[in-house]
Ligand binder design. Structure first.
Ligand code: SF4
Ligand code: FES
Length: 170
């Protein structure tokens, strides 16, 4: 299988870049008639759903592995009004915006490695799972937090000696 598959339907063209895919499985779980899981051979079927639905599958693909081009004059994907970066639990950073990488446009969605183990940097390649990367993004809770919360506040005051006054005269 080549890294990038391009499949034309009657109304929409799908581009699938396997090297960007983080295997979140959103595409095959939400629309298995378009992205058919666990089959040999052709698994992308752009005509199996309305082009708007196919476009929405792409919009929900966090890695940008799925992109599309409308062949029916319908609207193409646009950058969001607000740039976003989401922290995926135990995984990559997911960017949503008009993205450039080393000066080159790379589309509107990308998941970049946060664990350091990817073999396709800066993209995440799913290696965070085998690397055992754990980083929820939540604020760490101290083990003794209840005791700390109830502990009385102790204030220590230190009284400093008065500074010596300079002596005047003989
Ligand atoms: S990253 Fe995109 S292409 Fe890969 S499984 Fe998830 S939704 Fe599908
Ligand atoms: S975060 Fe996925 S490979 Fe590093």
């Amino acid at each position: 299988m080549s890294a990038i598959e391009i499949v034309d339907g009657r109304k929409i063209r799908i581009r699938f870049d396997a090297k960007k895919c983080i295997h979140s499985r959103g595409c095959v779980l939400s629309h298995p008639e378009v992205f058919v899981p666990n089959v040999q051979g052709e698994w992308i079927h752009p005509d199996a759903a309305a082009p708007e639905a196919v476009a929405e599958i792409a919009h929900q693909c966090p890695s940008g592995a799925i992109a599309y081009e409308r062949l029916d004059g319908g609207p193409e994907e646009e950058a969001p009004k607000v740039n976003l970066v989401r922290l995926r639990e135990n995984g990559p950073l997911a960017f949503h915006g008009a993205l450039r990488l080393a000066g080159a446009e790379i589309g509107f969605r990308a998941t970049l490695c946060r664990c350091g183990a990817s073999k396709n940097k800066p993209y995440c390649d799913g290696s965070h799972a085998s690397a055992g990367f754990v980083a929820s993004g939540e604020v760490a809770v101290l083990a003794d937090w209840p005791q700390r919360q109830n502990a009385a506040l102790t204030v220590r005051l230190t009284v400093l000696p008065e500074p010596e006054k300079p002596s005047i005269g003989p």
